[in-house]
Write a protein that binds this ligand. Structure first.
Ligand code: ADP
Ligand code: ADP
Ligand code: MG
Ligand code: MG
Length: 536
């Protein structure tokens, strides 16, 4: 692509070349010679401006620039960044006005950063003290209730789980009084219910203020955004932001993989959600038969209705955090025993845990080679390539980033020759592109190996794409959980969406699920007839 002289290590370069029209003058920021370059910026508009694109193409960099944390160097690496040059560069555009006001403190940006794990190191005091300190809106009680953080108010930051920390960080941003709000990946670690409460808080801010959002959960992005900027490029090498599109068209264009106006293909094949009934596997051999299961752990009690699992099916497991989804999967895999209940089936089980250990000493290649022959053409085309593992094979497992480790853990699980695969929260830490390819990999594996897959995940688009049936969990977090028998897709989705209090429709072109606007005619009608899932 002309960025470096070496052979490009990024497979993506085969699909995406650096477009000719991207001259050096269009570089807004460069992290150094032969390092990442950002081409173009976005102009925040009223409402919610969504940023959609893979990891490593500059989404967080854009947010840092617009929130005033990073002065863009315009690819001038010899001198310190100069704000007046930035104003000249954007002269005559809305961004000139924006940066001028930003410099004169006429705009107050509020930023919920992507990486929140540093908060415990820098924040003093407990959650309640921090939130009261930053509260400029007087909405403390309302926001604490909306994000359900009442129970953690007395805790210090190092006692918070990822999901709790995320909700506190969102609350801290929402309580401040600013002119423009930047939310960088607000749904990481959150379950579906928490994602929608967070989305509602963000939506309410957007009624009065501008909001810019980076999000990999396409249902949440679609629900929240008024406009979408697609970003493309080669991760860690360069990123390009495109002009704004309406949300529906923007997401459909991304799924299609071809950006017409830019004449750029970001993916070889489109992602299509088929308007087909889910696969009916009930005439296929039964793989696993289990009775009602009961299990108590400390103060928590779990009860799951029995069921039969067939060869070749993907069973999606849906439900809030802390109600026994992981415990159930561990029970099926034989890691823990139920107090009551029986699991019948002489089967081999492979398990991808929710929390992935990094204690393996060795490279990714060594890890995977211990399980299977990673040089077979099947393995290369079905696992290595779609999960983009080529460039990770020589890395030490302990050095991998969250998203890399997740892909390696998924590959490790699928490398086993098993009859039943239990995959606990595979979409965590993955970007939108990786989620889409991972769902394809899992789906194809189920079809090709005649195996069954249990997939616990909070990304509903992902679940809708891969699952044939659903098991729906409900209950009180940390106290009790009830799991349904495996339900037909429509029945399961209906039960789950009713509990989430949202209704769905299908997009006419891509058939992807979209949330109906609350109180719209369609929403009201679907609630009336009890069809929370699509009506075709
Ligand atoms: P995204 O949010 O889209 O995942 P980022 O904006 O965080 O992407 O980063 C884009 C690229 O810039 C990354 O691949 C990373 O390699 C590089 N990068 C980010 N921050 C720095 C930095 N402070 N110094 C050098 N390179 C950086
Ligand atoms: P989910 O996967 O739905 O988030 P889990 O199955 O991980 O839920 O946990 C359900 C509940 O059981 C949680 O409240 C958790 O605190 C509790 N729990 C999990 N493991 C143990 C254990 N080993 N001892 C006591 N309680 C546990
Ligand atoms: Mg980022
Ligand atoms: Mg879990």
């Amino acid at each position: 692509c002309g960025i470096c002289t070496k052979r490009c290590p990024f497979q993506a370069i085969k699909i995406i070349g650096l477009p000719k029209e991207l001259s050096d003058e269009k570089i807004v920021h460069s992290y150094g010679k032969n390092r990442f370059r950002l081409y173009g910026l976005i102009t925040p508009r009223d409402g919610v401006t969504g940023l959609l694109g893979p990891n490593g193409v500059g989404k967080s960099t854009i947010i840092k620039i617009l929130s005033g944390e990073l002065i863009p160097n315009l690819n001038n690496l010899s001198k310190a960044p100069d704000f007046s040059k930035v104003l000249d560069y954007f002269s005559g555009t809305e961004l000139q006005n924006y940066f001028e006001k930003l410099r004169q403190k006429g705009i107050k940006p509020i930023h919920k950063p992507q990486y929140i794990d540093i908060l415990p190191k820098v924040v003093k005091g407990n959650v309640s003290e921090l939130l009261k300190r930053v509260d400029e809106t007087g909405n403390f009680e309302k926001i604490v209730k909306a994000l359900e953080i009442e129970n953690v108010l007395d805790r210090s930051f190092d006692q918070l789980s990822g999901g709790e920390l995320q909700r506190v960080a969102i609350a801290a941003a929402a309580l401040r009084e600013g002119d423009i709000y930047y939310f960088d990946e607000p749904t990481s670690w959150l379950d579906v219910k928490q994602r929608f409460s967070a989305a509602k808080v963000i939506r309410e801010i957007a009624e009065k203020k501008k909001v810019v959002l980076v999000e990999h959960d396409l249902i949440v992005l679609d629900y929240l955004s008024d406009y979408i900027h697609i970003l493309y490029g080669v991760p860690a090498a360069y990123g390009v932001s495109t002009h704004p599109r309406g949300t529906r068209v923007g997401i459909n264009t991304y799924l299609d993989g071809f950006l017409k106006e830019e004449n750029i293909r970001v993916r070889k094949t489109p992602i299509i959600f088929e308007n087909r009934p889910p696969q009916d596997n009930s005439n296929r051999p039964i793989l696993l038969d289990y009775t009602d299961i009961k299990k108590t752990q400390g103060n928590f009690s779990l009860s799951v209705s029995g069921g039969q699992i067939y060869q070749g099916e993907v069973v999606g497991i849906l439900g809030p955090n802390g109600i026994g989804k992981t415990t159930f999967v561990k029970t099926l895999s034989g890691i823990t025993n139920p107090d009551f209940g029986e699991i019948v089936g002489d089967i081999k089980v492979a398990y991808k845990p929710q929390y992935i250990g990094t204690d393996y000493l060795g490279t990714v290649e060594e890890l995977l080679s211990e399980i299977t022959n990673i040089n077979s053409s099947f393995y290369k085309s079905e696992i290595i390539k779609p999960l983009s593992l080529e460039n990770l094979l020589e890395s030490e497992v302990k050095d991998l980033s969250g998203g890399e480790l997740q892909r390696v853990a998924i590959a490790t699980c699928l490398s086993h020759d098993a009859d039943l695969y239990l995959i606990d929260e595979p979409s965590a830490f993955l970007d939108v592109e990786q989620r889409l390819t991972t769902s394809r990999v899992i789906r194809r594996m189920a079809d090709e190996k005649d195996a069954a897959m249990f997939v616990v995940d909070h990304d509903i688009l992902f679940q809708d794409y891969i699952s044939d049936r659903f098991i729906v969990f409900s209950g009180v977090s940390g106290i009790n959980g009830t799991g349904s028998a495996p339900l037909k897709k429509r029945e399961g989705a209906n039960k789950f969406l009713k509990e989430m209090n949202i209704t769905f429709r299908r997009d006419l072109d891509t058939k992807r699920p979209r949330i109906n606007k609350e109180g719209s005619q369609r929403d009201t009608y679907q609630r009336e007839i009890g069809e929370y899932y699509y009506i075709d």
